[in-house]
Design a protein around this ligand. Structure first.
Ligand SMILES: Nc1ncnc2c1ncn2[C@@H]1O[C@H](COP(=O)(O)OP(=O)(O)OP(=O)(O)O)[C@@H](O)[C@H]1O
Ligand code: SF4
Ligand SMILES: [Mg+2]
Length: 340
């Protein structure tokens, strides 16, 4: 998509499906279904949802690690999946991903410096000396002390390893980085430092982030806008502040209400909604609205008619028959209601 100034969006996800084969014959895992949004350059776009909702699959498809089964991903208006294998390898330098497990991308037999330099070696960028200098510069930018450069992954902490992973992603000068649960494995005491580092690097390198987490507070803290996923689909998309202040979708409301203190003002002194029931399987997603088996305000129609994905308020999208309208009474059969 192009804006009035003629700038092309860095990322468009258009009616995206990602389906995997299940273990049994003819079984399909609909990990992502009909997901669509646009990310602007320089933005941090948050993705939140419970385990198995399809966040990582979406993130992996955005950086071309899994192909779409339907719909499109566009990078600067172009379909990367239409590129030849060698063109795609080159193109992918601009679209990186960092995973939750700090060990995932670090070879235990390589020093930190070698691991950070490796993407440059593989891409054949510059001379060996230039690659070494660039890798050392990136370690400095992520505040890893030079004496750690010659250590092996098992000789440094989880936080230091995650900094090395960031340096490894940055060394190819990407435009966009998918951050998939990047602080989830780290000690709470260093999570804030790491989030500050991501913010600093974003300013210094003009980065765009897709920031995936199951932790609403983390996502809301770092993101400009947030997409809420449930069982492969988007439930809500809103500016982070609006989502935290007044979520429109019952699932977002339940996620927010389940947060430990401090609660946002409008939820203080109100009942807390703890969702009951299993998260449905993407092997056999519920009919109608996917959230209907756990929704506290579901009515009979919700099981048969899928809600439209619509702009309920300017810039605020939701998929619920009742978003922005008077809501039915809360059913205690689907939620546990905790009084303050
Ligand atoms: N390669 C695969 N083959 C088959 N099924 C897969 C594959 N990758 C993911 N899935 C399934 O797709 C669904 C979505 O998984 P995904 O990892 O994207 O969820 P998630 O939101 O990232 O969860 P978590 O918060 O636990 O990381 C899950 O049911 C998962 O089992
Ligand atoms: S459409 Fe129905 S089941 Fe789905 S979120 Fe709205 S009220 Fe709940
Ligand atoms: Mg995941």
């Amino acid at each position: 998509m192009t804006d009035l100034s003629g700038a092309v969006d860095i990322l468009v996800v258009d009616d995206l499906d990602v389906t995997f084969k299940g273990r049994r014959r003819n079984q399909k895992v609909r990990a992502v279904e009909g997901v669509g949004f646009t990310v602007r350059e320089g933005e941090t776009f948050g993705v939140i949802g419970e385990s198995g909702s399809g966040k990582s699959t979406l993130g992996r498809c955005i950086v071309c690690l899994v192909p779409p089964s339907g719909g499109r991903v566009l990078h600067f208006g172009k379909d990367p999946f239409a590129l030849s294998a060698s063109e795609l390898r080159r193109h992918r330098r601009g679209f990186q991903i960092i995973f939750q497990d700090p060990n995932a991308a670090l070879d235990p037999r390589m020093t930190i410096l070698e691991s950070v330099r490796e993407p440059l070696d593989v891409a054949g960028i510059g001379t060996a000396q230039e690659r070494r200098v660039k890798a050392l510069e990136m370690l400095d930018r992520v505040a890893l002390a030079p004496e750690l450069a010659l250590r092996y992954p098992h000789e440094i902490s989880g936080g230091q390893k995650q900094r090395a992973n960031i340096a490894r992603a940055l060394v190819l000068e990407p435009s966009l980085i998918v951050c998939d649960e990047v602080v989830a494995a780290l000690d709470v005491s260093i999570q804030a430092d790491m989030l500050n580092l991501f913010a600093k690097l974003q300013r210094e390198f003009s980065l765009t982030y897709v920031f995936i987490s199951h932790d609403l507070r983390v996502v809301a803290h770092v993101s400009d806008r947030v997409a809420v996923m449930y069982c492969g689909k988007l439930m809500e998309l809103a500016p982070a502040e609006d989502l935290m202040a007044a979520p429109l979708h019952p699932y977002s409301q339940a996620l927010l209400s389940a947060e430990p203190e401090p609660q946002p003002a409008h939820l203080r002194n109100k009942k807390r909604i703890i969702l009951k029931g299993e998260i449905p399987s993407p092997l056999n997603p519920p009919s109608g609205c996917r959230f209907h088996t756990r929704c506290p305000i579901a009515v009979a129609e919700c099981a048969t008619r899928e809600p439209e994905w619509r702009e309920v308020l300017p810039g605020r999208w939701a998929a619920c028959h009742f978003a922005g309208a008077p809501v039915p009474a809360v059913s205690d059969a689907t939620v546990e209601v905790l009084r303050p």
